[in-house]
Design a binder for this molecule. Structure first.
Ligand SMILES: [Zn+2]
Length: 552
């Protein structure tokens, strides 16, 4: 008799089921405790928890986070959904927790877009053992537990009613908590608007839905103006123009020797007769924003991803004017800016000494470029899209013999290296970029008998290297530190180009301390190529004030 009773009790324990509401509450608590250390670190940094009021506020915001997470979890706690969606949510939350804890990143729609538009080599660059541990402990184990858990659901109507009641009560609870300390919340959010982008898993669920809502639309690309043509000035130049636009990656202005950095990271371009612009800001803090923005006529204030994708950009206008354009890429892609022009993916090539089994160094962008030039007559624009200083594994971006600053951080877990090692590795990438840019200028010089040659170099965004605990880039623009927004920009003009286009280079050098931005690129390039079109805005052309003659 006693044996059968204890066997029954054991069976009941095994069969014990959680109601859907209980599951939502426990699951939310688990998320709040184990996946939100960055969230709480920020809260503790901003609130004085030694005072009673501060302590109560922290308790209050923790409860609000728990209740709000419970509401969202309860919305997806449905038969069949739990066993399929929740394992994915846990694994994603573990990856998100790793990147927030390790690099101080926050999760927003553009970050999701960046992830969606990245390629295998960029993903591989981020892979390491700590990430594996996070995924196993906070992703796979909870996912397995979810598959084992039994949840009891009531009959459909009763379940709906229960859920509605729970959500209503939790929502009122949230409101009451917030209202009870509304002043504290107001000042807290004023100082830290992006805290909601740190609440895991709400941040990526919201960002993912918002990205899905905007990215699936079929976009018709409209021509911006059909009037692009070479102006009367450009038509009568004795030689065609060969213009190279180098799109840099993750290069921050203050680590360039030519911008006054304490280290000589740019010894070679400093010897070239360049016109340097030290005060330039980027359109975004990540490639997925900056690159489409700088090639669009929208400018930073008018830019949105959907607007940029639905209209033609700089390269289309150049093409319409009859100049051939080639985009050579050693990065993940041109982010839609080169969809209607010639494109060469250079990072997949296998050229000894320039490429290894993981990637190619930026020199690959010059490989067989001579052959591309002899193919057609007329003016040409070549865009070279660098891998540049893409992190976190900066040490992979340059060949061993170009390692000048040591010791170097040799892992993608930057938080495990000293600041000095991280900066050394990063500075080596800038120094290699200097070598690459110098080689490009030297190559252009070899074409100067056939063409009027010129080059413009501009980086897409900067990089945080541990300042205030931040690494990498991609912070929301309004909150991003200057390190992520200030980018290098310089021009190199051959003597023939400057002379033929009536450009006073000394005048440009005097204007170089004015503040410029990515907004200037579109109009400066059109001006430099003597393209006339309604969309050209001479006020944004950096070179125009120093031209003594121009057809526009
Ligand atoms: Zn970038």
């Amino acid at each position: 008799m006693s044996i059968s009773i204890s066997a029954k009790a054991q069976n009941e324990t095994l069969d014990q089921k959680l109601s859907a509401t209980q599951f939502s509450i426990f699951c939310a608590l688990f998320f709040v405790i184990f996946y939100n250390s960055s969230f709480f670190e920020t809260v503790f940094a901003l609130v004085d928890y030694s005072t009673l009021r501060g302590f109560i506020f922290i308790a209050n915001i923790s409860l609000v986070l728990w209740l709000f997470t419970s509401i969202i979890i309860s919305l997806i706690t449905l038969p069949y959904i739990v066993k399929t969606i929740f394992p994915i949510v846990f694994i994603t939350a573990s990856i998100v927790a790793y990147f927030m804890d390790a690099y101080g990143v926050v999760i927003h729609r553009l970050m999701i877009q960046n992830v969606a538009e990245t390629d295998f080599s960029e993903t591989r660059d981020l892979f390491n053992m700590s990430l594996v541990l996070y995924v196993v402990a906070l992703g796979l184990l909870p996912a397995l537990l979810i598959l084992k858990i039994k949840i009891s659901y009531e009959e459909f109507k009763t379940e709906c009613w229960r859920k509605t009641k729970f959500i209503a009560i939790a929502f009122i609870g949230c409101l009451a908590l917030i209202m009870s300390m509304s002043m504290d919340y107001a000042s807290f959010f004023r100082n830290h608007k992006n805290i909601r982008q740190m609440a895991n898993p709400l941040n990526f669920i919201y960002a993912g839905l918002s990205y899905a809502a905007t990215s699936n639309k079929i976009i018709e690309v409209k021509p911006i103006e059909n009037d692009a043509a070479i102006n009367s000035f450009g038509k009568y130049l004795a030689k065609p123009t060969l213009f190279i636009l180098v799109v840099g990656e993750t290069a921050r202005a203050d680590h360039f020797g030519i911008n006054g950095y304490k280290r000589d990271t740019t010894p070679l371009i400093a010897q070239q007769n360049i016109i340097n612009f030290p005060k330039v800001t980027s359109c975004g803090t990540e490639t997925a924003v900056s690159v489409p923005c700088m090639f669009s006529a929208l400018g930073r204030s008018g830019y949105s991803d959907s607007k940029a994708k639905s209209q033609e950009g700089l390269l289309d206008v150049i093409n319409h004017a009859g100049i051939s354009v080639l985009w050579r890429d050693n990065n993940s892609s041109c982010k839609g800016t080169c969809n209607r022009i010639a494109f060469e993916d250079m990072q997949r090539l296998q050229i000894p000494n320039i490429c290894n089994d993981r990637e190619c160094f930026d020199e690959i962008l010059l490989h067989f470029l001579d052959e591309k030039i002899t193919a057609e007559n007329g003016s040409k624009v070549i865009v070279l899209h660098q891998k540049g200083s893409h992190g976190p594994d900066y040490f992979y971006r340059y060949p061993d013999d170009k390692e000048v600053f040591t010791p170097v951080c040799k892992t993608n877990q930057l938080q495990n290296c000293t600041t000095e090692e991280v900066i050394n590795a990063y500075d080596n990438t800038i120094r290699y970029t200097d070598y690459f840019l110098n080689s490009t200028i030297e190559w252009l010089k070899t074409k100067s008998s056939q063409y009027n040659t010129s080059l413009l170099y501009l980086s897409d965004h900067g990089e945080s290297l541990g300042e205030n605990g931040l690494y990498l880039h991609g912070m929301p623009y309004a909150l991003a530190p200057k390190e992520q927004k200030q980018v290098p920009l310089f021009l190199w003009l051959s003597d023939d180009y400057a002379k033929a286009n009536a450009i006073n280079t000394e005048c440009l050098k005097q204007n170089n301390t004015l503040a410029y931005s990515h907004d200037n690129l579109f109009h400066t390039v059109l001006g430099m190529l003597n393209i006339q079109t309604q969309i050209y805005n001479p006020d944004l052309d950096i070179v125009k004030p120093c031209r003594t003659s121009m057809g526009n």
